[in-house]
Design a protein around this ligand. Sequence first.
Ligand code: T46
Length: 135
Amino acid sequence: MFNTGLLKFRDINDKYGHLTPIEGKIDVPFEIKRIYYITRVQEGVTRGFHSHRKLHQVLICLNGSVNIRLRNSNDEEVVQLNDPSIGLYIGPLIWREMFDFTEGSVLLVLASEYYDESDYIRNHDFYLEEARKRF
Ligand code: T46
């Protein structure tokens, strides 16, 4: 889908385990200003239900798996994240919902901006209005 995509990171694997380095503007297409992680999501819970106006993010599932539903005004796609060396890039004006978190799953998010609630579009009708201008 336009404005989204999978990124493959380096997986440095030796007899001591795996290490994945991620550098801003090199491995992800922006300077990283913020990280956060989502853990201990109860079974059956869906998070998200919003889009961002300007924010760029990369989602990485460090443990377990989680499904991400991506929507714009025309398309819908579900991506399963279950590999810590894969990132899902989500650019501006993509609606997202995160669901089917497995027990013990850890979703790490790298973000291009500091937290700003005014960047969120949480109403789906407002979102469609904006997205139709773009897609
Ligand atoms: C996104 C998906 C993947 C903060 O205070 N600072 C932060 O940096 C963030 C991300 C959230 N918050 C507060 C705002 C809410 O009161 O934490 C609370 C839960 O946030 P929210 O309901 O937006 O969480 P999710 O899981 O629906 O969405 C989050 C991100 O907010 C969003 O940008 O793309 O993860």
